[in-house]
Design a protein around this ligand. Sequence first.
Ligand code: 5GP
Ligand code: ZN
Length: 134
Amino acid sequence: MKDCIFCKIVKGDVPCYKIYEDKDIIAFLDIANDVPGHTLVLPKKHVLDLDDCDEILYKKVMLTCKKISRHYLGKGFEGVNLVSNCKPCSGQEVSHFHVHIIPRKENDGAKLTLTPANKKENLEELVKKLRIGN
Ligand code: 5GP
Ligand code: ZN
């Protein structure tokens, strides 16, 4: 897509610090440089988000996340967070499907946790609304 920054990176029109590439997938360092090794994994084809991505391509993206994550675990990182924002309300800023790999170390100070509300009252109603199948 013409105005998509990630499509420009895929085409080579915008430079990136490339970590991995194959026929369908590319991975490069996030320009934010907030956490060492913060990596973006995406399909070369322009799809908007996980909802717009077919299952075969989605699987390729996620298997690449696994491959890179395992590689990072062998490079001195002790864990990873995988995050994919879907739609603007979730914080998605670039509308080309991507997964963030955030490499982690004990006491690295990265804050990715939600605060538990410690109330169970509405879980009964929520499960009725959200359950898939019986
Ligand atoms: P989102 O908020 O859509 O989940 O994440 C988009 C990510 O893309 C952000 O973390 C942002 O730093 C990164 N990003 C935006 N523009 C560029 C760019 O031109 N190059 C690289 N490498 N990352 C980018
Ligand atoms: Zn794109």
